[in-house]
Design a protein around this ligand. Structure first.
Ligand code: CA
Length: 656
């Protein structure tokens, strides 16, 4: 019986492995000729390519019909002689007697303004000088410190007026809201001063919601509305009409960050497209790229009107090819999958394997949930609860996020930070990195009733991101006495990030939290104006203690192995919780010399009570390195004791 079963399994595996390889190379340029290629559905009747002299409007120069590739039902190709560099093209596929409409194909690598036509360029010409020498900064998986940012939030403000005493002296940007802002010394200086080593940029592929011909309208969007997955967004380039500009400037951004030792992580949104009928997938292969409900209607697991079908071989290979293309062409260092729970486990594992075959230190993580029910079995989806089946993939921990700030379904609801008891186990769950730990009572964890991670590097530790209220707004909305009292606000803000940055998961922060940013209470700022979303750089002067504390936390983590043990076994061996209480979590990282730390034992105390607490601990001579709003690795003071008083709403970090 066993033998037969094994044979069947092998046969099935071979059948999968033998699946055809799709070719997504839709346009190949040489000075002598340009070759076009397209995958369609089997029942396509014709494919027309049109050549234009402009990315929008202009004149049509040529029109050709592609021919079916010999022996194939669904592959089409054709060649146009002559040097077409600088020209634009569209595909138009005929089904059931009707043409679906012009589009740039599903895998355009350069486009005209607003992404409606592909552009014929020589990609090598978009490489900045010394691009060949660009290398990925060496950062181990466990050592990442992620800074999530939106290009426009970060650099649109003209009020950059930084303290001359700090290293960032530039007073304004030449490239507000553009990729190139991240090449400027003030920007690089701010990031390196803070100490983050990975920038996670919100969607930076070509998206639909911003009219690139009307950038003077200064409209804003997060960009979760994909149009062309494999082209940088035109709104972030200095000239969206020039198809080479966006590609080149994106590379310049990556290059500048790499030179500063900072990795670039791309937010990828393969789970839905901005439209079905007006989208490139549907115009090329109707129905194939999306999931349908049993009644034939489109499934909407993304909450954005549709849901792609990673379980279909063509979409699976498309995602693999696209991710690989961003690594090869743009030197991207990691990927954050939007609504990863819409994709299937098999696809995510294949992507992680491919990425890690290139570099095992690249991060692959995502939102382990969907935004609606998917037309695919839940046990096969890349949900947080299934992360254990995806050893190369990490997921955001809403457990620690909501244990700290409060649940997602009510901005006025507080949790640990609001001084409400009952969230201690959820916080402990986040501190250990969502792994199995003998001292965590999983039955009391808010969401995950069992560990979801095999290793702590599979958990993204955070308290806020672009979604929902930022930390300041949430604290003001949920903790009554904090509204109008910045002193108490800052205390809770720093306490929150202490939990995040001393967690064994991968720490992640929203850009601007280090400036005590707020969004004027706006919960969903995806298309709010700059006045809501932009960073106010004066925050660095108004609240230097906040920036310095964040910087201190990051530095502490970087300098001490104990905060990033990187393996579940080491966390179980070296991390123990000491007796705490309501809104009081205490833990010790012990025997750290064994893992190469210069400190042998570290104690972290998190007290969110609005009054002081006395904490018992093993008697020793302790050097206090973090107390209230100050972190000093060299030590603030030393005491020999077996107990310590922790002030209200604050953390203490010490070592012996
Ligand atoms: Ca666009």
């Amino acid at each position: 019986m066993k033998k037969i079963l094994l044979t069947v399994i092998i046969a099935l595996t071979m059948a999968t492995a033998g699946a055809r390889d799709y070719n997504f190379n839709e346009m190949t340029y040489t000075p002598k000729a340009t070759t076009f290629f397209l995958n369609t559905n089997d029942d396509a009747q014709a494919v027309t390519v049109r050549i234009y002299d402009a990315g929008k409007d202009g004149n049509m120069l040529k029109k050709i019909d592609l021919k079916r590739v010999k022996g194939s039902k669904d592959e089409w190709t054709g060649k146009v002689k002559g040097d077409l560099k600088g020209k634009f093209y569209t595909f138009d596929v005929k089904y059931n007697g009707n043409y679906m409409g012009e589009n740039p194909g599903v895998f355009a690598k350069a486009v005209g303004v607003n992404g409606r036509r592909g552009a014929i360029i020589d990609l090598a010409e978009t490489n900045p000088a010394e691009w060949g020498q660009d290398v990925r900064p060496a950062i181990n998986l466990k050592d990442h410190v992620i800074y999530e940012m939106h290009h426009r939030d970060f650099s649109i403000a003209r009020n950059i007026n930084l303290d001359p005493k700090i290293t960032v002296k530039r007073v304004s940007t030449e490239y507000p809201g553009k990729f190139l802002a991240l090449t400027e010394p003030w920007a690089i200086g701010h990031l390196t001063d803070l100490g983050v080593n990975a920038v996670h940029v919100l969607p930076s592929y070509d998206y639909a919601s911003i009219d690139e011909t009307k950038l003077d309208q200064n409209r804003y969007n997060w960009g979760y509305d994909p149009l062309n997955y494999n082209v940088p967004e035109g709104g972030y380039s200095t000239n969206p009409y020039d198809p080479t500009a966006r590609n080149r400037e994106f590379k310049q951004m990556v290059q500048a960050l790499h030179k500063a030792g900072i990795r670039v992580i791309l937010d990828v949104v393969y789970n839905h497209t901005y439209s079905i009928d007006d989208g490139n997938f549907q115009k090329t292969c109707p129905g194939t790229f999306y999931r349908k409900n049993a009644d034939g209607s489109w499934s909407n697991g993304s909450g954005c009107g549709n849901e792609t079908a990673s379980d279909q071989e063509i979409m699976r290979q498309y995602m693999l090819a696209s991710v690989k293309y961003w690594i090869d062409e743009y030197h991207i260092d990691g990927f954050r999958f939007d609504l990863m729970g819409v994709h299937d486990i098999e696809t995510m594992n294949k992507i992680a394997d491919m990425v890690h075959s290139i570099d095992p230190t690249m991060l692959v993580y995502g939102e382990g949930w969907s935004a609606g029910s998917c037309a695919y079995p839940g046990d096969k989806l890349a949900m947080k609860a299934n992360v254990k089946q995806m050893p190369g993939v990490a997921a955001f921990s809403d457990d620690i996020r909501d244990a700290l700030r409060g649940p997602w379904d009510g901005d006025d609801k507080a949790a640990f930070l609001g001084g409400l008891p009952g969230f201690e186990e959820s916080l402990k769950f986040g501190i250990v990195g969502a792994i199995q730990h003998p001292q965590v009572n999983y039955s009391k964890v808010n969401y995950s009733k069992e560990p979801f991670a095999l290793e702590p590097t599979q958990m993204i530790s955070y308290v806020s991101c672009h979604d929902d209220m930022c930390l300041v707004d949430r604290l003001r909305a949920s903790v009554p006495d904090v509204k109008g009292n910045d002193k108490e606000l800052v205390k809770l803000d720093l306490l929150a990030q202490t939990a995040v940055f001393t967690s064994q998961g991968i720490p992640f922060m929203l850009s601007g939290e280090e400036l005590l940013r707020d969004k004027k209470g706006v919960h969903n700022s995806y298309e709010s104006p700059d006045s809501i979303n932009r960073l106010d750089w004066n925050g660095r002067i108004k609240h230097p203690e906040v920036f310095n504390y964040y910087k201190g936390l990051i530095s502490l983590r970087k300098h001490h192995e104990g905060f990033r043990l990187g393996s579940a076994d080491l966390v179980r061996k070296h991390l123990e919780f000491l007796p705490g209480g309501d809104c009081l979590v205490v833990y010790r990282l012990k025997d750290l010399k064994q893992v190469g730390d210069t400190w042998n034992n570290i104690i972290v105390i998190l007290n969110s009570n609005n009054e002081k607490r006395t904490v018992k601990m093993p008697k020793s001579t302790y050097t206090i390195v973090g107390d209230g709003d100050i972190i000093n690795e060299a030590g603030l003071y030393t005491i020999t004791t077996d107990e310590i008083i922790v002030p209200s709403r604050s953390a203490i970090i010490m070592h012996d």
